[in-house]
Design a protein around this ligand. Structure first.
Ligand code: ASP
Length: 584
């Protein structure tokens, strides 16, 4: 028997018991005639003690142990004189009588501590060592518990988990596909699923009216902190439902997770906000509601005073930062630099301050009187001590820049707290989005999303006006999930493909199997998918989803540990009937 207990469970209750533990040497200290070793396993750390006076040879052996050696120790549990309240086993230590080295270890390339001295690259390369660190271990345990709770909830609601294939057909979810060559079908390729979208819809046609799956999805996109080329979704679909049913069930799932994992209960129903409202008041379709500071349009109030920037702008909007009237020149310059960054794209920033002493001042005093400024503050519901920040220009871009500025101010003022959670549903999205570059309409969610019944009339005459039966669950400024009620009728789906610019043949080639299925009694249906990595990162308080994935890829989509992707052999190419010529 390698162990009678784990390194995380012994306490004063076990005093004088003889126990056997196995684990890794976290650290060792020699103090006079004593050697102390922190022994670590998945469950915690227990202190081992070796006493020179009692056993010279054993103590000598202990002193030879290096960091990360795997050892087994048998000994007696004793009360510690010098207790460590920081760890659960801090009241006791083991007086070791027998020691066995199970395996040696080279000196690890970085310290296996909560805060390691290893850089990102190194820790990725030796991910199995990184995973020994407690913060990552806690994240993976959390991820496991969340998956269990998702399954508990879904099972209680009569959903069944059904696996769908990974070798699939290319489908349009808006990203590039990863493809896999087929040896048995030379020149033909599978695509890895961007999501099981069409398959889950087919399961509805097949009569499995409540499906879910915790499933890997693959999208060949440029990577960011909350994106990985392969990621995990909680993918769901239901038949005989409308939007309200879906929102209820998945608000329920979200509440269940918060309650069972974090002990948090939301008193109120989740806020519901239209896409329009999100865009005009927060400048994004995923508003962070942990703080107010809403965007307001002031175009009417500022035009006609001779200030060219405002006079020529399609839109002028502002936010009001409470308590910031004393911002210095330097702070305001920093905010100006922030909005001028290429990814934000504003040309400049106008401000107005309402001092604690009642004084009014702005960066455009030449054009606007104190009376004007006072009006601005009343429009913005600002008061003495506040600061108004104004941007002007094209409506869409300016709103988006104001949205970024609002988040930046939220950060500066510490209003985006990690332990506050503000979920909301964003609803009433437009069905289609016009792309200037390619001069065509794209589905904002995906091509299977149903238009709102009352907007169907404009489908061909004014596509931009059609709203979708789509919804996103947003928490703290991140999209956690999204889905829609689907089109379930063949003619309407064909019309949608037509508006999206697919020829009849293209539509047949890409989606023929779904179209065919719709001929055989497809029930009304809809669904949603949650980003499981993002949800876990939110619960873990991590800003990158990498920290909740056991073996993630880096920004170049590389697995540093396996050194993948990598070349394959001539032989493999031959088998696949493929010849590779890299473009220079
Ligand atoms: N398949 C969609 C996605 O991955 C979600 C859905 O519509 O259910 O975004």
């Amino acid at each position: 028997m390698f162990r009678t207990h784990t390194c995380g469970e012994l306490s004063l209750k076990s005093i004088e018991q003889t126990v056997t533990l196995s684990g890794w040497v976290q650290r060792s200290r020699d103090l006079g005639g004593m050697t102390f070793i922190d022994l670590r396993d998945r469950y915690g750390i227990t202190q081992l003690v070796f006493n020179m006076d009692q056993n010279v040879a054993l103590c000598g052996e202990a002193r030879k142990l290096g960091r990360e050696y795997v050892i087994q120790a048998r000994g007696v549990v004793k009360e510690r004189s010098n207790k460590n309240p920081k760890i659960p086993t801090g009241d006791i230590e083991i007086f070791v009588e027998e020691l066995r080295v199970l395996n040696k270890s080279e000196v690890p390339p970085f310290t296996i501590e909560d805060v390691s001295d290893g850089g990102d690259e190194l820790r990725m390369k030796y991910r199995y060592l990184d995973l020994r660190r407690a913060p990552l271990r806690r994240n993976l345990e959390l991820r496991h518990r969340m998956a269990q709770e998702v399954r508990n909830y879904m099972d209680s609601q009569k959903f069944i988990e059904i696996e769908t294939p990974v070798l699939m057909k290319s489908t349009p979810e808006g990203a590039r596909d990863f493809v896999v060559p087929s040896r048995m079908n030379p020149g033909q390729f599978y695509a890895l699923p961007q999501s099981p979208q069409q398959l889950k819809q087919l399961l509805m046609v097949a009569g499995y009216d409540r499906y879910f799956q915790i499933v890997k999805c693959f999208r060949d996109e440029d990577l960011r902190a909350d994106r990985q080329p392969e990621f995990t979704q909680i993918d769901c679909e239901m038949a005989f439902v409308d939007r309200e049913d879906i929102l209820q069930i998945f608000e329920g799932m979200t509440r269940h997770l918060f309650k069972s994992i974090k002990g948090i209960e939301f008193k109120e129903p989740f806020t519901r906000m239209s896409f329009q409202e999100a865009m005009s008041s927060y400048g994004v379709d995923k508003p962070d509601l942990r703080f107010g500071m809403k965007i307001k349009e002031i175009t009417g109030a500022v035009k006609g005073k001779g200030f060219q920037v405002f006079d020529s702008a399609e839109y002028v909007g502002a936010i009001c930062a409470a308590g910031c009237s004393e911002y210095s020149r330097k702070e305001l310059d920093a905010l100006t630099d922030f909005v001028k960054k290429p990814q934000i794209g504003a040309k400049g920033l106008v401000y107005a301050k309402y001092g604690q002493d009642g004084s009014l001042k702005s960066s455009v005093d030449k054009f606007f009187t104190s009376e004007d400024l006072k009006n601005w503050f009343s429009t913005m519901e600002g008061a003495q001590g506040d600061l108004i920040l104004i941007l002007a220009g094209d409506r869409k871009k300016t709103l988006s820049a104001l949205g970024e500025l609002r988040l930046e101010m939220g950060n500066r003022l510490g209003l985006r707290k990690d332990d506050v959670f503000k979920p909301l549903w964003v609803i009433d999205f437009p069905l289609l989005e016009w792309d200037e570059e390619t001069k065509r309409w794209y589905a904002m969610h995906h091509p299977f999303t149903s238009p709102m019944d009352e907007d169907v009339a404009y489908f061909e005459s004014d596509p931009g006006r059609v709203r979708a039966k789509a919804y996103d669950l947003v928490i703290n400024g991140t999209e956690m999930g999204g889905g829609s009620i689907r089109i379930f009728n063949k003619e309407r789906q064909q019309l949608m493909f037509k508006v999206l610019g697919f020829s009849a043949e293209e539509a047949e080639m890409k989606f023929g199997f779904l179209m065919n299925a719709f001929r055989f009694g497809a029930p009304p249906h809809g669904g949603i998918a949650f980003g499981f990595d993002r949800l876990t990162a939110l619960f873990a308080g991590e800003s990158s989803i990498r920290d909740v994935i056991a073996f993630p890829k880096n920004n170049m989509g590389r697995d540093m540990m396996m050194d993948s992707p990598s070349e394959i052999s001539e032989e493999q190419f031959k088998e696949l009937s493929i010849r590779v010529e890299l473009k220079k």
